[in-house]
Design a protein. Structure first.
Length: 494
């Protein structure tokens, strides 16, 4: 059993390392600190998840102050799984950064980049692990401010515009979230999530609770890029450095989706969502996002915006799973969060290899490059098939559970949306495969020597192999998701 102090160490280590990293003179020394912190956090998160799966729930009181007065970290299966996802993606992207950051970021700015990376990482971890709703807001602000800086370090000036747009929308979202917290506190006098759940169910301030829930959801929906509050996502993913796009695609919206699930299943309870018909709204918005994101992906002419709009489609699956308000639906959501983190990080990493080899991510300019870069092309195929949901890949597992959850409730229109979304994914994934392999090379390129760079190919293929292995051996992802649902007591509910 890991020590309980590991819970707080996972947040404190990157917090202490960030200013040290920023003050170092060179990028390589900063990278070494980041890599060490990421590896330690990954080890600790895996240990915590192992303890939780075996039946141990971890409770850590900061400063010895008992909740609801003090801040407590409550680790169950749900947030233990999120911590592992963040740590895996953070570690592999950090390896990738050995090559990508010097290629994208001026040397004098690299220590600042790594410091912002650590702050974003700790903010996302903190949001996942804390049991205090105001603490979620604090970590949300830390991760958001770091993200604005990371996105703004892109190669061209459009990155600054994308960062500014994200800053405006992110500030609005954080403000809404804070107002919701204030209203919830006004109705209950508590900020501890477990205590809030009890007091909200007993509160007579019904209108205040409705308003608080609305503000909290809208605020976090902006962070999660839930349709129609997704305007920041395509530009941020498109113009950010490839390292940042890979990290954000694998973590940021997933953590926000987790917070929404936590609010729905723990704080405000599924019964409240049914009474207010919030779950119906969530499923409708999710269904629209699935179709709208796929349509926009099909129309893209460059890889990064194609992957960005595809992410919107996948976020729709998260919302559908949460909106079903069932144990199977939440399991499907957590499995898909885990699987999509693997898939989309793989695709962005592979896109980065293509970019460093050819200098472009315009699909038309990459004709025939798959034949010159077989390793990168194979990783794209594996991740693309997973995105579609082909049997034998991780994407099939999560979509299968989503279908099961919809069939349980006889929500046949949801089943139709899931099938249509997967069919549309075939179109934009095939567009990439056709261009990269079946079309003749239209522009002269050097042979694919970049893809033989270990710092690029090792993390990319680690994730690509995971997309296959975890699609065949489902014990890890499904077992962790089942532990997450069981820790909330949902499996025992009718």
């Amino acid at each position: 059993m890991v020590g309980q102090h590991s819970v707080i160490l996972m947040v404190v280590l990157p917090l202490l390392a960030a200013p040290v990293t920023a003050l170092l003179p060179g990028g390589r020394s900063s990278w070494a600190i980041v890599m060490t912190v990421m590896a330690l956090c990954l080890i600790m998160s895996l240990g915590i998840l192992g303890d939780v799966i075996s039946g141990s729930l971890i409770h850590y009181e900061l400063g010895g102050w008992a909740p609801p007065w003090g801040i407590a970290y409550e680790i169950d299966g749900l947030n233990a799984l999120m911590a592992v996802i963040i740590s895996i993606v953070g570690t592999l992207v950090a390896i990738y950064a050995w090559y990508s950051v010097p290629a994208d970021i001026p040397e004098n700015k690299q220590p600042l980049f790594y410091a912002a990376y650590l702050l974003c990482f700790l903010g996302l971890l903190g949001m996942s692990m804390t049991g205090d709703i105001f603490n979620v807001f604090v970590f949300l602000e830390i991760s958001s401010l770091a993200t604005y800086a990371l996105v703004g370090m892109g190669r061209n000036r459009q990155a600054l515009t994308a960062s500014f747009q994200y800053l405006i929308l992110g500030t609005i979202g954080a403000t809404f979230f804070l107002i919701g917290i204030g209203l919830a506190y006004a109705a209950t006098g508590s900020l501890n999530m477990a205590d809030l759940a009890i007091r909200l169910s007993e509160s007579t301030h019904v209108q205040t609770i409705h308003t608080a829930f609305g503000f909290i959801f809208i605020g976090m929906a902006l962070k999660a890029a839930v349709f129609p509050l997704h305007q920041w996502l395509p530009r941020a993913y498109t113009y950010a450095p490839i390292t940042v796009s890979a990290f954000l695609a694998g973590t940021s919206t997933k953590v926000a989706a987790y917070v929404i699930a936590r609010m729905v299943f723990t704080v405000f309870t599924p019964e409240y969502s049914r009474q207010t018909l919030f779950n119906e709204l969530l499923m409708v918005l999710g269904a629209i996002a699935v179709i709208h994101g796929a349509v926009r992906s099909i129309g893209q002419t460059s890889i990064k915006p194609l992957l960005a709009w595809s992410s919107l489609s996948q976020i729709g699956y998260f919302m559908i799973g949460i909106g079903l308000l069932s144990a199977t639906g939440l399991m499907a959501t957590m499995i898909h969060i885990f699987n999509h983190a693997l898939i989309k990080t793989t695709l962005f990493m592979a896109a980065g290899i293509l970019l460093y080899q050819t200098g472009s991510l315009r699909i038309a300019s990459l004709s025939g490059m798959g034949r010159h870069m077989p390793l990168t092309f194979a990783a794209i195929i594996i991740a693309g098939l997973s995105l579609i949901g082909v049997p034998g890949t991780v994407g099939f597992i999560s979509k299968w559970y989503l279908v099961l959850a919809a069939v349980e409730q006889q929500a046949w229109w949801i089943v139709a949306v899931l099938v249509l979304g997967s069919a549309m994914a075939i179109i934009y994934v095939w567009k990439l495969i056709e261009t990269l392999y079946f079309q003749p090379t239209t522009e002269p390129h050097d042979t694919g020597h970049i893809e033989r760079t270990p710092a690029l190919i090792i993390p990319t293929w680690t994730l690509a192999i995971a997309c296959i292995y975890l699609g065949l051996d489902t014990g890890i992802s499904v077992g962790a998701a089942e532990a997450a649902v069981n820790s909330l007591g949902l499996l025992s509910r009718p």
